[in-house]
Design a protein around this ligand. Structure first.
Ligand SMILES: *[C@@H]1O[C@H](CO)[C@@H](O)[C@H](O)[C@H]1NC(C)=O
Ligand SMILES: *[C@@H]1O[C@H](CO)[C@@H](O)[C@H](O)[C@H]1NC(C)=O
Ligand SMILES: *[C@@H]1O[C@H](CO)[C@@H](O)[C@H](O)[C@H]1NC(C)=O
Ligand SMILES: *[C@@H]1O[C@H](CO)[C@@H](O)[C@H](O)[C@H]1NC(C)=O
Length: 481
């Protein structure tokens, strides 16, 4: 209930900051839930008023209301569109609106859980699901995903950023030539099949073509917003805008960013520094999926969008695509579903830090399972569960619930505690427990069945809370009644 007062304060604050966004008050959300549905598809377009940059937070006012049984459309805008402004932003009004950062105006002033880059994803939402309460389970059927075409070109491009948080920085480079490399991909159709094909690359640092980083107009907004349920403000100053713990000072009206500093900064690589040699070297069948889709955790502060949560979030599991269903445990009233970080392709591990980050439109069906009447296979759900046409997928992480398991400063500490070993233990335990319950098995039966029939995979090694998932083939096991 404390969150309700935070919602009110936030609402006033948005007005005070001159953001004209049309979000819904708690009261309006309730009213809309009570009104009879006219059966029309609800649609959430992405712009600066319906997107949130870099965090989940139970105090965000909903961008839309939906009920169990509704089909909805949601636009997702990539936070890597700044890697090629002309191809991914220019001429697309919703994307231009989100990225507007001029000396006079930043439409998305608040980037990150504390206004300073703690979280990077542009998340559309949250969507308030009528009647959802803690203990319920939200089922999200992903009906369709389609690349967003830039209306000015009719084309879709995405970016793969081999960035400083990628695993190659842990492993080391040949010749110790550390660099960040952006590869822009085009999404193409050939013979009714969709592919992503590399178009060109450019570098930050390293080698003859590497450049130190872009210069952008200084942020002009000083800000303050309630970002704790207790109503405490997060404040920031335009003059001392700190991102990822480093001050990026304002010099004569410009800020200069070192390297691939923060997704969302327009990278403006100098003309002539493109490396075209990758063009035509390979093409990858597209596998559209949503990197970050989740419900708000019950936490009294805004939560960085990078480490994944029991309520989903940044799982970066390539199986979260069309034809799949996601089951997520609800922790707050209204569930508060948000999504973004869509990819047109990515392999398990997401090794260099990103997928092919692409703006994508999605169509979904929502089904709410109430706590008293949960199907057995989601009755004790404490982690995301994915159902594909052929498999059940149990999603484990280094910490199943890092916010509640790491005693001190979990939102920062999680990044130093990343471990695939621990994620394997968690994924195994969750798989064992889930199979015992869902297939009426003993522990010994589950152990042999897992060993003989299931594959474990490394979901991602780049999101702080590393991911390991188990693939459980549906045709092998029978669901318990
Ligand atoms: C922002 O705050 C700083 C102090 O933190 C102040 O010096 C500056 O004048 C303020 N700028 C605006 C535009 O209000
Ligand atoms: C700031 O950046 C703009 C645009 O890149 C440029 O025109 C201007 O000269 C820069 N100002 C300074 C003082 O560097
Ligand atoms: C895994 O399950 C075992 C048995 O319940 C338990 O002792 C162990 O602490 C669990 N490990 C983790 C990381 O949850
Ligand atoms: C699931 O939860 C119920 C009720 O809390 C409990 O009785 C049951 O043992 C749990 N099952 C598993 C496999 O944890």
């Amino acid at each position: 209930m404390a969150s309700r007062s935070a919602l009110l304060i936030l609402g006033l604050c948005l007005l005070a900051n001159g953001i004209s966004g049309r979000r819904l008050s708690q009261m309006e959300a309730m009213d809309q839930c009570a009104a009879p549905s006219n059966g029309a598809m609800k649609s959430l377009k992405a712009d600066s008023t319906t997107a949130v940059w870099g965090y989940f937070y139970q105090g965000i006012e909903p961008a839309m209301v939906a009920s169990s049984g509704d089909e909805i459309m949601v636009e997702m805008i990539t936070h890597h569109a700044g890697d090629d402004y002309e191809k991914m932003i220019a001429g697309d009004p919703g994307v231009e609106d989100i990225y507007r950062w001029t000396p006079e105006e930043q439409t998305m002033a608040m980037r990150g859980a504390k206004g300073a880059g703690e979280g990077v994803h542009i998340l559309t939402g949250p969507i308030y699901v009528c009647d959802a309460e803690p203990g319920d389970v939200l089922q999200i059927d992903i009906l369709d995903l389609a690349p967003r075409k830039n209306p000015s070109t009719g084309k879709t491009y995405g970016s793969n950023a081999a960035a400083g948080w990628g695993y190659q920085f842990r492993a080391g480079f040949l010749d110790d030539d550390k660099r960040e490399v952006i590869t822009i991909y085009e999404v193409v159709e050939e013979d009714d099949e969709m592919y992503v094909v590399p178009d060109y690359a450019f570098r930050f640092a390293g080698g003859p073509t590497g450049y130190p980083g872009p210069t952008t107009p200084c942020a002009t907004l000083n800000g303050s917003m309630p970002r704790t349920v207790a109503g405490e403000n997060v404040e920031w100053s335009a003059e001392e805008r700190i991102y990822s713990s480093t001050n990026v000072p304002c010099d004569d009206g410009n800020q200069t960013w070192a390297g691939y500093y923060y997704p969302g900064v327009i990278t403006q690589h100098p003309t002539g520094t493109e490396d075209m040699s990758i063009k035509g070297k390979f093409k990858v069948p597209a596998n559209l999926h949503i990197g970050n889709i989740g419900l708000s955790p019950a936490w009294d502060e805004a939560v960085n969008s990078i480490p994944p949560l029991p309520t989903g979030g940044n799982m970066d599991n390539k199986r979260v695509g069309a034809g799949s269903t996601l089951y997520l445990p609800v922790q707050v009233a209204g569930a508060l579903l948000s999504m973004g970080d869509a990819h047109t392709a990515q392999g398990d591990s997401e090794l260099d830090g990103t997928g092919v980050e692409t703006s994508i439109n999605g169509k979904f069906k929502l089904t709410l399972h109430k706590a008293g009447a949960l199907p057995k296979f989601v009755a004790n759900l404490t982690h995301p569960l994915i159902e594909t046409p052929t498999e059940w997928v149990v999603q484990g992480y280094t910490y199943a619930d890092f916010l509640n398991e790491i005693p001190e400063d979990p939102q920062n500490q999680i990044f130093a505690l990343s471990s695939i070993d621990k994620a394997m233990v968690v994924a195994y335990n969750e798989t064992r427990d889930w199979m015992m319950q869902s297939f009426d098995m003993t522990e010994d039966q589950a152990i042999t069945a897992i060993t003989i029939a299931c594959d474990f995979g490394i979901t991602q090694v780049v999101d702080g809370n590393f991911g390991v998932h188990a693939l459980i083939p549906k045709k092998v096991f029978k669901m318990a009644e």
